[in-house]
Design a protein around this ligand. Structure first.
Ligand code: HEM
Ligand SMILES: [Ca+2]
Ligand SMILES: [Ca+2]
Length: 301
């Protein structure tokens, strides 16, 4: 073997190492998100999404909480990569202006922010640059999402797995200040063998039983915030203090000593809630994101 051969082989070896590590880097795709990601490729994306969400809102108010919960579920299942979306809430409008340039994952992140703002919640900047995932499995959904019967430890550890603190979790639960739930999500609190859950406000439990009697039509829903169901505010936390948290996973935030102080703080100070919620939303938006050459920019058809 000649010297040149060895050299060539070494060079090929290095090249292979380089290619493999670039591949790993691209697949890992842990680049950073930035606020002005579409500055040159789709400068109007924020207005386009906002307009589309606004139009939807005027047609059907259900879209707003549905968009917010979809963003949360997307981020907890395979990261914020639009894996749980079949069609994007506003994809058509963005595609008309910026075909193949804006990811569905970013559109969903923007639409979730707009949902908060449209219902009276705090405005905030959204970091962008997510790519859409290539994997979308219904089987991975359930085990990655919190159950309404979780206790504080179960909630805290599920959020911790995604790098979110207990305070982040308590603030994000404040999203239940809007939207509704099907009766089956809290049915056992009303009709267990030992009767009504004693941690529920008795008058509230009575109201719930009226709307959700035994054998209720499974499509019936109850507002998550009985006081201001369509407004993004901190009344969710005041409801918890009045024992009007619809799910056990809501009520435990107030009844557990480790989280009670945070709930009372948010109930008494809306500004503090807003700031903490925004921080937590931005952190949620970074969970498992794919950037750079990972994933794809998915088309809406
Ligand atoms: C902390 C753990 C959480 C649990 C156990 C939980 C559980 C639930 C359940 C069981 C429902 C009712 C679903 C149905 O009946 O179809 C619901 C609704 C909702 N959740 Fe959560 N959730 C949690 C956190 C979050 C977070 C972090 C967000 C958003 C940032 C969120 C936003 C919503 C919204 C907006 C709705 C109303 C959806 C609608 O009206 O269509 N939730 N949640
Ligand atoms: Ca996802
Ligand atoms: Ca509210």
């Amino acid at each position: 073997m000649e010297f040149g051969d060895v050299w060539r082989r070494r060079r090929i070896g290095w090249l292979l190492v380089l290619i493999i590590s670039m591949g790993i880097f691209a697949r890992k795709g842990e680049g950073q998100l930035v606020e002005n990601f579409y500055k040159s490729t789709c400068p109007n994306v924020e207005q386009i999404v906002r307009q589309a969400v606004q139009n939807k809102f005027s047609q059907t108010t259900i879209t707003i909480p549905a968009t917010l919960i979809l963003f949360f579920h997307d981020c907890f299942v395979e990261g914020c990569d639009a894996s749980v979306m079949i069609s994007s809430p506003s994809g058509d409008a963005v595609e008309a202006a910026c075909l193949d340039r804006v990811s569905c994952a970013d559109i969903l992140a923007l639409a979730a922010r707009d949902a908060v703002v449209l219902t009276g919640g705090p405005n905030f900047n959204v970091e962008l640059g997510r790519r859409d995932g290539l994997i979308s499995k219904a089987s991975s959904v359930d085990r990655n999402l919190p159950s309404p019967n979780f206790d504080l430890n179960a909630l805290t550890s599920m959020f911790a797995r995604h790098g979110l603190s207990q305070t982040n979790m308590i603030a994000l639960s404040g999203a239940h200040t809007i939207g509704a739930s099907h009766c089956n999500c809290f049915f056992d609190r009303l009709f267990s063998t030992s009767g009504v859950d004693p941690s529920l406000n008795p008058a509230y439990a009575e109201q719930l039983k009226q709307v959700c009697p035994r054998n209720v039509d499974p499509s019936v829903v109850v507002k998550l915030d009985p006081t201001t169901p369509n407004t993004f505010d901190n009344l969710y936390y005041r409801n918890l203090m009045n024992r009007k948290g619809l799910f056990r996973s809501n009520e435990v935030l107030f009844t557990s000593s480790a989280s009670k102080g945070t709930v009372v703080g948010f109930a008494n100070n809306e500004r503090q809630f807003n700031t903490t919620f925004v921080e937590a939303m931005q952190k949620l938006g970074r969970v498992g994101v794919k950037t750079g050459r990972a994933g794809e920019i998915r088309r809406d058809w």
